[in-house]
Design a protein. Structure first.
Length: 360
């Protein structure tokens, strides 16, 4: 695994992509993602399994402790050598978690009863954590009311960058009017979820395991086509979806989804890795975090939206940021996700977002 080439962050052999498509029938980009994650899980997990078997074979004391400590370290070291750079945070989490579970699996295979119990328990907990995005019924109803309010006022929404401001204002004004001295965090969450569907993507309701009115699909699509930021229609959608994912899960998982999407786009058939899209992703995350962190920050965001004079207050400038990078170019010229140029550009994006959301 140290020497096996792995130039693309979310790529997989053609045979594995075809296998996934034949089994469950997803689109090619989704099949590539599923195949890549499955193969990396098997590879990294085997490090844990083999570590457990090796330690068990030489009968060391405290075998379980040694295996569960060494397997993640070995996995990170192997991928560090393989990639040519130290894995970024999201990769680290994946490698450490999978190697740890691989170590438990190896110990369980060696008839370690405690390891088997821990493996089953942690797998169940991980499943619950990964699927716990159900929107509470009252929050779903509040978000639905705001979404209907936005669609009912769609005829008053202009086209272009101004539409972005108008939609944010309509959503958060409705949220503020319904807080009436109560905790503003809850109505802000409803506003963000409504924007995630109306301005972002209908698939948000699937993430929240909710339902959507199919009869208003054309209205939502027509409204989305009117909205731009910096003259582009894709940025508002990235922004709204990333913000909604924070409400449905958390900040780090939302960012991981954004990075995974861009990495997937860098593969053949995708639109290419885009640092411009990452500006919108990180901006949406920042808005959602500040809007739902506590009462003070929630009211601050309501006030900022009410006084907004342009979308750059929420999605900063995108000048000088590369996009449309194929996987080969992204790896060769930017060093992939952990490359020095990638880290520098991500730091520049963070600087722009921090400046846009700085408290006056």
């Amino acid at each position: 695994m140290c020497v096996l080439p792995d130039p693309r962050p979310l790529s997989a052999p053609d045979w594995s992509i075809r296998t996934v498509q034949s089994l469950i029938g997803p689109s090619e980009p989704k099949a590539r993602f599923i195949a890549a994650v499955t193969l990396r899980t098997l590879g990294v997990g085997m490090i844990g399994v083999l570590t457990a078997m090796a330690v068990q074979a030489i009968s060391l004391r405290r075998t379980a402790v040694i295996v569960l400590a060494c397997a993640p370290l070995l996995a990170v070291g192997v991928k560090w050598i393989n990639f040519g750079y130290f894995p970024i945070r999201e990769q680290l989490f994946f490698f450490v978690t999978v190697a740890f579970f691989g170590g438990l699996l190896g110990l369980a295979a060696c008839r370690n009863r405690n390891a088997a119990i821990a493996l089953v328990s942690l797998t169940a907990l991980l499943f619950v954590w990964g699927t716990s995005t159900r929107v509470p019924e009252d929050l779903e109803q509040a978000a639905r009311a705001i979404g209907q309010h936005l669609l009912e006022n769609a005829s008053e929404i202009s086209s272009g960058d101004q539409a972005f401001d108008q939609l944010l204002r309509l959503a958060f004004e409705y949220a503020e009017e319904n807080s009436h001295g109560n905790d503003p965090v809850y109505p802000n969450k409803a506003a963000i979820l409504a924007l995630g569907v109306v301005m972002g993507d209908d698939q948000i309701v699937r993430v929240g395991r909710s339902e959507i009115d199919p009869e208003r699909k054309l209205e939502r699509e027509a409204l989305r086509r009117k909205v731009t930021v910096h003259g582009r229609g894709d940025l508002p959608r990235h922004f709204a979806v990333s913000a909604a994912l924070v409400v449905l899960s958390n900040e780090s998982r939302s960012l991981a989804v954004g990075i995974a999407k861009e990495a997937s786009d860098s593969n053949p058939g995708g639109s290419g890795f885009s640092f411009v899209d990452m500006v919108a992703n990180k901006s949406g995350i920042r808005l959602a975090v500040q809007a739902t962190q506590n009462r003070e920050s929630a009211r601050m965001i309501q006030a900022r939206v009410a006084q907004s004079s342009g979308p750059s207050r929420f999605i900063p400038g995108i000048d000088g940021l590369p996009e449309g990078l194929s996987s080969d170019v992204f790896q060769a010229q930017y060093g992939g996700l952990g490359g020095a140029r990638t880290r520098d550009l991500m730091a520049e994006i963070d600087r722009r977002v921090n400046e846009a959301y700085a408290i006056p």
